[in-house]
Design a protein around this ligand. Structure first.
Ligand code: ATP
Length: 594
């Protein structure tokens, strides 16, 4: 990973430049104030050189201006940081929205959230705090060196020799610095990941080990972090302390005093005093630049992670312009004519180096029909549902709606045609009504209520503390899996898409909810083209056609009755399903004495 944060700062480069220039100028003025104070003291000590008030006044002016410029520099850098934060978050959000959903799932929502929050924040901190300090740490020693050369080259030589010795020892302390910093940050990140995993997995972990071993991974990450710190300390502690001692003001002060005494450079007391006042802090002024290395490295890592997301190729969309796409038809119309879904020798693999999970799938799903996808675990049912939503693009063949390749449909057109209900029904922070309105924010309340009624959700929503205005989402009201699913169904009903993809829609239904959920689903499916992925075969026995998949291939197709007659894979799955329904916990069959 590149460790240079600078390219990503390009949009605010101008403002950062201004901040650094102001900070550098402030350093020069602070130095000028010291020279002027030396001149004032010299005038006091040496008779006949004039009164001290002019240099004192100028020194005061320089100090005030230096403080003002420093504040202005931080003002500019903070503004640049806020602007950068806003720009990067907007850019990331806009880019992530263009990525294929499958890619987003593969990168992981948590990883994306971390980049959008933590890495952007790290760059904010870098720009706001580090850039002015960085300029100061470079300009201050350089300007001091120039001032010393002007005063007397011997003072300059003495101060530079001390600084060079300090930097040489520091270089020893920082050998392998880049590798150590990367290892340090990697260890820190493993601790963060372990703590997140620990908290997220707590419900599962606790059930199994009552919390005794659940610290395991976290503890190991902490141990590795500690080992890393100890290694770093051992490698660099002695040299680092030695370099800090050399770069501190005292050694430079001693060198300047010695040079003044022994070389005759101190004969001009005014110059000597000026050299002592300005030069003493020269080596020390370099120290922040060393410390900032770590901040630059951290910002570099954050920038690299942001760049990685931005470099993800977006989903291919057709050129804007008239698209020969099928017309979704007026809202409320049953299924517009000609919206057959067609898989033509479709193949799909998740990565170029992975085996295909869908192979040579050719099937036509007529408009208005209900088609179920069944098959053993891992057969590829959910993958087909995901392909229909363009979470991924097929890697062979094509999928068409009304004769148009999905890849030739603008995403918004696809969204008008196809609606989805997944097993994992996510509710956003917002009221229940807002959640039903998602996708049709201007829908009137009467339409929301009608959809909720048809989805069999109206009754339980009305019993919530604030009815349709009750807050949902993570921090909202607690709803059962079946209730959440019925809200999702109401949402899909309100959207009124002609084609529906349902992935395990009854996965979370309990017995009490199942009847309501099935009734809601029946309302939703009426008059639409439906593709439903189901584990519970009893829920899809009335489907017009059942497609049976095995290891990515279509092995049987037909109605429930026809497939039972065939006595193949479907018949075996059905018998297994029937047996499983008959079993109760404890190993007894329904109707048998316990
Ligand atoms: N994001 C992914 N990356 C890589 N491989 C995946 C991904 N999702 C699924 N697979 C693999 O693709 C194959 C098909 O998975 P899919 O989830 O489509 O099967 P399924 O029939 O829906 O299974 P189940 O009934 O268990 O949900 C499996 O071998 C699975 O491991």
């Amino acid at each position: 990973m590149s460790a240079a944060p600078w390219p990503i700062l390009a949009p605010v480069r101008g403002r950062i430049g201004v901040a650094m220039a102001l900070s550098g100028l402030s350093a020069v003025l602070a130095l000028a104030a010291l020279v002027l104070i030396a001149a004032a003291v010299a005038r006091l000590l040496i008779a006949g050189t004039g009164g001290p008030w002019l240099p004192v006044g100028l020194a005061a002016g320089c100090t005030v201006a230096a403080i003002g410029l420093r504040l202005a520099a931080f003002g500019q850098s903070h503004r640049a940081a806020f602007r950068l934060e806003l720009l990067l978050r907007r850019r990331l959000a806009a880019h992530v929205a263009t990525l294929p959903m499958g890619r987003v799932q593969r990168i992981g929502p948590a990883a994306i959230a971390k980049v959008m929050q933590d890495d952007v924040k790290a760059l904010h901190v870098f720009v706001a705090d580090a850039t002015p300090l960085y300029a100061r740490a470079v300009v201050m020693p350089a300007a001091t060196a120039v001032a010393l050369v002007v005063l007397d080259w011997r003072f300059a030589a003495a101060a530079l020799a001390v600084a060079a010795a300090g930097i040489a020892v520091m270089a020893v302390a920082m050998r392998d610095g880049g590798a150590l910093i990367r290892a340090y940050h990697a260890a820190r990140e493993r601790v963060s990941a372990a703590v997140i995993e620990f908290v997220q997995a707590m419900p599962v972990v606790r059930t199994f080990d009552a919390g005794h071993d659940s610290f395991g991974r976290y503890q190991r990450a902490l141990d590795a972090y500690l080992a890393m710190l100890v290694l770093w300390y051992r490698r660099s502690a002695l040299a680092a302390r030695a370099s800090l001692a050399i770069l501190a003001p005292l050694p430079t002060l001693a060198a300047l005093l010695a040079v003044g005494l022994w070389t005759g450079a101190g004969d001009d007391q005014g110059r000597w005093l000026a050299a002592l006042l300005t030069g003493t802090g020269m080596a020390e002024a370099m120290m922040p630049a060393m410390a900032l290395r770590d901040m630059v490295a951290r910002a570099g890592l954050a920038a690299a992670r942001i760049a990685e997301i931005v470099a993800e190729p977006p989903m291919a969309v057709p050129e804007p312009g008239p698209t020969p796409g099928p017309d979704p038809g007026p809202a409320g119309q049953a299924v517009p004519q000609g919206l057959d879904l067609c898989f033509q020798t479709v193949g799909f693999r998740y990565a170029a180096d992975e085996p295909p999970v869908i192979e040579d799938l050719s099937v036509t799903i007529p408009a208005g029909s209900v088609t179920a996808l069944v098959g053993p675990s891992g057969a590829g049912k959910s993958t087909i549902a995901a392909l229909l939503c363009r979470f991924h693009d097929v890697t062979a063949g094509r999928i068409t709606i009304g004769g148009v390749d999905l890849r030739d449909l603008p995403p918004e057109r696809l969204a008008e045609l196809v609606g989805f209900v997944f097993q994992d029904s996510f509710l956003f922070a917002g009221s229940i009504a807002d959640n039903i309105r998602l996708g049709r924010p201007d829908a009137p309340m009467t339409a929301v209520i009608d959809a909720a009624r048809a989805a069999r959700a109206d009754d339980f929503i009305r019993q919530l503390p604030q009815g349709y205005d009750t807050p949902a989402g993570d921090r909202g009201v607690f709803l059962s899996g079946g209730e959440r699913q019925r809200i999702t169904i109401a949402r899909a009903l309100l959207l009124d898409r002609p084609i529906l993809v349902l992935d395990e829609p009854t996965a979370f239904a309990d017995t009490e909810n199942e009847a309501a959920l099935m009734a809601g689903l029946a309302a939703l499916m009426r008059g639409r083209t439906v593709i439903v992925v189901a584990h519970r075969l009893s829920t899809i026995r009335d489907a017009d056609r059942i497609l049976v998949l095995d290891r990515g291939r279509l092995v049987e197709a037909g109605s429930h009755v026809a497939l039972l007659d065939e006595n193949g894979l479907y018949a075996r799955l059905w018998r297994a399903h029937e047996r499983a329904r008959g079993w109760t916990i404890g190993g007894h069959r329904h109707g048998e004495p316990a």
